[in-house]
Design a binder for this molecule. Structure first.
Ligand code: ZN
Length: 146
């Protein structure tokens, strides 16, 4: 736990939130700026900045909770898809977004955006495809990284 971390405070219930799950090592609550209604955040209670640094048990638990919430969201809201997203720019405490998706671009990035005549359009076609050889090389580099 971190004394100053917003999500640690939320998990300790020092800051109120709309809780959807709470157990000894994970916590889930509604995102206050939802991409779509039902947008939920799942966090480990232990303070870890990067999701990729979570111990296996913690990341597994967060994902299990997210899957269960996603099934509930599917039943509750019937979105075509429920997306999972890890970013982490806003709050440096590992968190997984669980987003009911009505549109394929609900989990979007600025890379999708293209401004034409003052209008922002989001289209995956705006992202140039990577060369297969480059992707293969990158996969080997990541796989062989100590
Ligand atoms: Zn924290």
């Amino acid at each position: 736990m971190s004394a100053s971390c917003l999500f640690c405070k939320i998990a300790r219930r020092e800051i109120p939130s709309h809780v959807v799950h709470d157990d000894e090592d994970s916590f889930a609550f509604m995102d206050i700026r939802p991409i779509r209604p039902g947008h939920t955040l799942v966090i480990p209670k232990a303070h870890v900045d990067h999701f990729s640094d979570l111990p296996d048990a913690a990341s597994t638990k967060v994902l299990m909770v997210a899957q269960r919430l996603a099934r509930k969201i599917r039943v509750t809201l019937a979105p075509p898809r429920v997306g999972f997203l890890v970013g982490g720019f806003a709050v440096p405490h590992a968190h997984l977004h669980v987003v009911p998706m009505e549109d394929g671009h609900d989990l979007t990035s600025q890379m999708y955006a293209k401004v034409t005549d003052g209008t922002v359009a989001y289209d995956i076609a705006n992202i140039p495809p990577a060369a297969p050889a480059g992707l293969a090389e990158m996969a080997v580099r990541i796989k062989n990284q100590a």
